[in-house]
Design a protein. Structure first.
Lengths: 75, 148
């Protein structure tokens, strides 16, 4: 893959993730293992696991992350 | 172990630097194990954090009893002081070639994000960050207390 193709691929990947991040601000999300799809979302971490279980997902099927809300930071 | 960096947004745009809206952050998918219970989250590499810091809710998910766990006060960005509690758990980095497990003490506190700090974490790895190529390299050091 040449350099331009790599940059284009990265840019597309970043744009796709940014679109998802904007959609889920302030939420806890369950990412697919390749981090490209949001499989479940909830207002808190434990509810996220409950929602994932309700959708038939097992613990190792997804990666959790908190998406900062408007004006929010790590804490 | 080579990992892709993660795109993180700014919630407020900077008034300078060409007004970027996001940047690449170093983060790794990490398992937290305690007995048969586990949780799996995206941990941000944080070179300013003395410890590995996980949300209190992860302790609940792992069914950890923190009632008598040692407590400590840490100062976070902005100067606020926060009480955290320590417990020994096993962490696991999964990589197609080499999964790595090690047992260490981590802090649990009122954070939302998982932070991969120095003691128990970065102290056991050579760490290289290449934001231009969107790559993060973690190479285990000899002092990593490998768990079965």
């Amino acid at each position: 893959m040449d350099q331009i193709a790599r940059w284009t691929e990265r840019e597309n990947r970043n744009k796709a993730r940014l679109a998802l991040l904007n959609q889920y601000m302030g939420k806890h999300v369950a990412w697919s293992l390749d981090m490209t799809k949001v499989l479940a979302a909830a207002d808190d971490h434990l509810s996220l696991h409950e929602e994932a279980a309700r959708l038939g997902l097992k613990g190792g099927d997804y990666v959790t992350e908190y998406i900062d809300g408007e004006g929010g930071h790590i804490w | 172990m080579l990992f892709p960096t993660t795109t993180a947004t700014f919630t407020n745009r900077f008034p300078a630097f060409g007004r970027p809206t996001f940047r690449q952050m170093p983060a790794v998918n990490i398992y937290a194990h305690y007995g048969p219970a586990f949780d799996f989250g995206l941990a941000y590499i944080d070179t300013m954090s003395d410890v590995i810091l996980l949300p209190d809710s992860v302790a609940q998910k792992l069914k950890l009893d923190l009632r008598f766990a040692p407590a400590h006060t840490i100062t976070v960005v902005g100067g606020s002081q926060v009480v955290v509690q320590f417990a020994e758990i096993t962490l696991e980095l999964r990589h197609p070639r080499t999964p790595i497990r090690w047992t260490t003490e981590v802090a649990f506190g009122p954070t939302q994000r998982w932070l991969f700090g120095h003691f128990g974490g970065l102290e056991f790895f050579h760490f290289t960050l290449d934001t231009v190529n969107e790559e993060l390299i973690l190479a285990p050091r000899e002092n990593l207390p490998v768990a079965e």
